[in-house]
Design a protein. Sequence first.
Length: 467
Amino acid sequence: MSIAAPFTLIVLMLCEGLLMFRQNRRLARLTLSYPYLLSGLWTAIALLNMAVGPGRSDPAGWPNIKPFLVLLFYLGIFPFYLWRRRRFFRADPRRPKGYLDGDDRPTRIYLGLEFFQICIIGFYGSMAIELILGLVFRLLGLDLPEIDELMISIFFSTIFALYIIYRSARKFSHHGFWHNVGFAGGLTWARSVFIPIIMGMTFALAASLAVMRNAGRQPQTPMSETLQTAQSSDTIFIFIGWAWLVAPVFEEIIFRGYFFHIFRKSLGRLMAVGLITLTFAVMHVPQYWGDWAAIFAVGGTGLGLTLLREWSGTTRASLIMHLVYNVGVTVIPAMMLTAQNPFYHQYSVGYGHLSVEEKERLLKQNIAFNPEYADAYNDLAWLYAEEQINVDAGLRLIDEALAMSPDNSAYKDTKAELLEVKGDLTQAMAIRQDIVETSYSDDMVDRQRERIERLEEVLAEEEEGTP
């Protein structure tokens, strides 16, 4: 359980509280003082635990109370805050009684409060879904790959988020949900279809070129590590289908539909474009953390989508652009990678039926053809580790790969494997402990902890046998 999520909720609580104080200072002080006091005490204890508590690979020292703190926040402090904020809304005499389509100050403030309500409830709900699914998987004895757990969690979180947005958006006007999130209205074919398609293709090509400039030296990100846990091609295909078809619809309803309506109504056109672009980029940062080219590409695309939404006057245009972009930004880099690494492509496609010699030959050919592609070095080194052959050559290969991508946990794991084969168990353990401290993937961390335990047992047996 991540302790970062409660900190995120506390920040959202404080931002919402500022609006509640602007709306009714006395009532906000009466209803929110205790939740904020408890949140402050919780934050102090959590920060103290982070400062002096145990690390991921060193359980010594201060007791690890992080799980208890997370449960305390989710089951105690935050529900208490929700109950007190509910009292504020019920007691506020200035609360708008009808639809939130007026231009008065209380209406604009309540539009902002609707925004924070969706952020807070949506975030809390997604964390609760993740925790509940984790408990269900444990009770059923299911040991699913991290990517499978993520896809199931995203599915239920998406349904929950669409439900609360549907309920909230109906408060905007009497026209209905689809009109209130910007999908209504007749448009010309050029403005609603042709131009969005051209923009989607253009942005996809630009993003692909930016990301592929260092295709062989791609930095490790939380998303890339999670994808590496996939154990079947079916999972990858489902993930791609979701990214192509479902994610754009969901994100456009939220960002260019629901949020855009709130920001444009309460803050004006320019602030709406800026805030939606910033929010869209920030929401994607955790996925691509460490790959700044990808983050910049997502931010630029978000700006293009939001400007198109403003210019066209409809969310349908930005949705079409988003669909085209997501397909293009997947297909174009795949085509470019295949062209740059034809032998690696043959190796990947034929992996299941190729002999060890054929795999070695194709990987060597790819390294000679494109010496900047780090995955080929890693795969050849891993092949040597699995077959326990050419260990010194494998170590030279993996050092080349790590020189291109020094933070890649999979590459470090390969080096640790080679060192174990060579008999250098102490250095292998040090590398595995480093992966535990730096990896984004829970599956990778669990694998390293298991290997560390085995290495400790072997080293202990060797020490006992030493005269």
